[in-house]
Design a protein around this ligand. Structure first.
Ligand code: GSH
Length: 245
C-alpha cells in the first residue's frame, strides 16, 4: 500500500519569518535558512516557537530531535551530519579570510544595523515596532517597550551603543567598504561559487539594503553597485519566489 501523505522534513528551522520586505528581518535567521538551502536538505520553517529558543535567540533548529541553537553551530551540525564542506575548494588562507568576513558581518555590522533599527525612533516605528503585531493588543505596548529596552541595553553592553550615531556610521561604512572590496567583480565573496560566509554576508547585505529604513548605512551600501548586484544574485538563487508583501 502506498502512503500518499507527504513526508514531513526531519529538519525544522525556527525563525521569525518574513518582515520589512525581507525573507526574515533577522540576518542570522536568513543565514541559517540559506545554509539549509546550500546543504540541499529538506526543511520546514516554524515562526511560532521563539519562547522555546534554548538560548533565548533565533535561529535554532531541530534535526530529528537534535536541537541546535545559533547559526554557526547550525552550520557545523550540517557539515558534520551531512558530510558537507561549505568551503570546498578554498585554501586554508581563503577559509580564514571567509571566516573573518563572516564575523565582520555578525560581530560588527549586525550591531550597527540593530542600532539603526532599534534605537533611532523613526526607524523603530517603521520596523521593529511592527514585529509585535501578533501579541494580543492589550499587552502589545508593554511587550514592545520591554523588548526595545532590552535590545538598547544589549547594544550598550556590546559596545556599539556607546558611540554616537555618526561614529557608528563611520565604523559600519568601513566594514561595508571592506565587503565591497573583497567581493570586487566576483559573483560570490570568495570566487565563482558561494561558500559558507556568503550565507552570512548575503543576509547582512540584504539587511543593509532594506529600503524600509532610510539610513546612512543604506546609502553607504547602495554606493557599491557590486553589493547591490550581489544581493540580487542571492535573492535569485535562494529566494526566487520571495515577494515583498
Ligand atoms: N549568534 C546568534 C545570534 C542570534 C540573534 O542575535 N538572534 C536575534 C535576532 S537577530 C534574536 O533572536 N533576538 C531575540 C532576543 O534577543 O530577544 C546566531 O548567529 O544565531
Amino acid at each position: 500500500m502506498t502512503d500518499h501523505r507527504e513526508k514531513r522534513p526531519m529538519i525544522t528551522l525556527y525563525t521569525f519569518g518574513p518582515n520589512i520586505g525581507l525573507p526574515d528581518a533577522s540576518p542570522p535567521c536568513m543565514k541559517a535558512e540559506v545554509l539549509l538551502k546550500m546543504a540541499d536538505q529538506p526543511y520546514q520553517l516554524d515562526h511560532t516557537s521563539f519562547p522555546k529558543a534554548p538560548k533565548g535567540k533565533q535561529p535554532f533548529m531541530d534535526d530529528a530531535g537534535t536541537i541546535v541553537a545559533d547559526s554557526t553551530f547550525i552550520r557545523w551540525h550540517l557539515e558534520q551530519k551531512y558530510q558537507i564542506d561549505f568551503d570546498a575548494g578554498l585554501s586554508p588562507q581563503e577559509r580564514a579570510q571567509a571566516w573573518a568576513f563572516e564575523k565582520l558581518c555578525e560581530d560588527n555590522l549586525y550591531f550597527a544595523v540593530a542600532h539603526t533599527r532599534w534605537v533611532l525612533d523613526e526607524n523603530f516605528q517603521r520596523g521593529p515596532a511592527k514585529f509585535f503585531d501578533m501579541v494580543p493588543a492589550p499587552l502589545r505596548p508593554i511587550v514592545r517597550t520591554l523588548v526595545r529596552r532590552k535590545v538598547v541595553k544589549s547594544l550598550r553592553m556590546q559596545g556599539i551603543g556607546l558611540h554616537s550615531g555618526d561614529e557608528i556610521v563611520q565604523l559600519a561604512t568601513r566594514g561595508i567598504d571592506a565587503l565591497a572590496d573583497q567581493l570586487g567583480d566576483k559573483p560570490w565573496l570568495m570566487g565563482n561559487a558561494p561558500c559558507s560566509a556568503d550565507a552570512s554576508v548575503f543576509a547582512t547585505v540584504a539587511g543593509l539594503l532594506c529600503p524600509v529604513f532610510n539610513t546612512p548605512l543604506l546609502a553607504a551600501t547602495e554606493r557599491h553597485a557590486n553589493l547591490v548586484a550581489y544581493r540580487g544574485r542571492g535573492m535569485a538563487r535562494w529566494y526566487p519566489d520571495f515577494k515583498v508583501a
